[in-house]
Design a protein around this ligand. Structure first.
Ligand SMILES: Nc1ncnc2c1ncn2[C@@H]1O[C@H](COP(=O)(O)OP(=O)(O)O)[C@@H](O)[C@H]1O
Ligand SMILES: [Mg+2]
Length: 313
């Protein structure tokens, strides 16, 4: 296809390169470096395993030496876009989006469970370190690199010890889910079964209310029931039993790369402090009750109201 027919969509969030859509919107094209080649190779592999992902249609090198990959479109709207489009004054997600999210997640889970990966010593800890960006989080927040944090994380790892490992997404959430599958596999890696899908509606809370929608406790319960039904059939275990361990790791993930280098950026400073607060709150809940309940997380505005700029160091 003539390159002029590609319309720019956006720069890639966590990598060099960009995303383009074809004039007829049936195909997407990504550009990037060697990591894009790895991503495409991975995507071909999991497509062969029956994962609900776009088929890779073409790949090669552009005139200016970048790598490119073309894949089929999975549709016009991500579930995030659908959630925003269906806002009707209530903060709750539309039930339709919740149900679609459950269906796609159950499909992904079934494909993952059909291709379990033999764990090697240390794989679970490697997952924790990469999924939670622990090196970065402890570097930016040395005060959190303490016995309390490590005791809780060790407990979470113990809890997950018998959970089978599978190839996963590591950036799973409504913005990367469409009604027929899952896009954007740049962060792929080995994960304990359920790590991607189980917390998918809970992680909305980490955005502080800025997405405009939230999942109600009833919706989260309904979503998890669909996943448990699928995982009980596939493995004999309900995946939702790992929600709290996964949320502890997500709380680290959302705290990564948040510390601003420019101290005059009070907006960024506030968001960093907010994510520190959520991590600490989740940790306290986990220590006290063995669970993490995102319903008790404050929104960003609520947090900011109790946290005047004068408090900053
Ligand atoms: N195969 C696809 N089908 C439908 N939409 C897609 C597809 N690939 C990309 N998109 C759209 O392009 C956007 C950006 O692509 P994505 O790979 O998620 O980039 P980023 O890495 O920046 O998140 C997505 O949010 C989605 O709207
Ligand atoms: Mg994306």
């Amino acid at each position: 296809m003539n390159e002029n027919n590609w319309r720019f969509v956006k720069k890639r969030t966590a990598a060099d390169g960009a995303v383009y859509v074809s004039a007829d919107k049936t195909r997407y094209r990504r550009t990037g470096g060697a990591e894009l080649q790895t991503e495409a190779e991975f995507q071909r592999r999991i497509a062969d395993l029956g994962y609900p992902v776009p088929h890779v249609l073409d790949e090669g090198v552009t005139d200016d030496g970048h790598y490119y990959v073309v894949e089929e479109s999975l549709g016009d709207q991500t579930l995030h876009e659908r959630a925003v489009a269906s806002l009707d004054g209530s903060p709750d997600l539309s039930d339709d989006v919740v149900d679609t999210a459950g269906q796609v997640a159950a499909r992904l889970l079934r494909a993952q469970a059909a291709h379990l990966v033999q764990p090697t010593p240390g794989t679970l800890r490697q997952w924790l370190e990469s999924a939670g960006f622990t090196q970065n989080v402890f570097q930016e927040n040395p005060d959190l690199d303490n016995t309390r944090t490590h005791t809780a994380l060790d407990d979470a790892l113990d809890h997950l010890e018998t959970v089978p490992l599978v190839w996963g997404h590591l950036d799973y959430g409504l913005p990367n889910v469409l009604s027929t599958g899952v896009i954007d596999w740049q962060h792929h890696g080995l994960v304990p079964l359920g790590y991607d899908i189980v917390p998918a509606l809970e992680i909305i809370a980490f955005k502080g209310g800025n997405k405009g929608y939230a999942a109600s406790p009833g919706q989260r319960g309904r979503y998890l029931a669909v996943l448990d039904n699928a995982s009980l059939n596939a493995t004999g275990h309900p995946v939702s039993q790992n929600l709290s361990a996964y949320l502890l790791v997500k709380a680290l993930f959302f705290l990564a790369l948040m510390r601003p280098t420019d101290p005059s950026r009070t907006d960024k400073h506030l968001k960093w402090q907010y994510r520190r607060h959520l991590f600490t709150k989740g940790l306290e809940q986990y220590e006290r009750t063995g669970t993490v309940d995102t319903a008790h997380f404050p929104g960003l505005e609520e947090f900011a109201a109790g946290h005047s700029t004068g408090d900053h160091p």
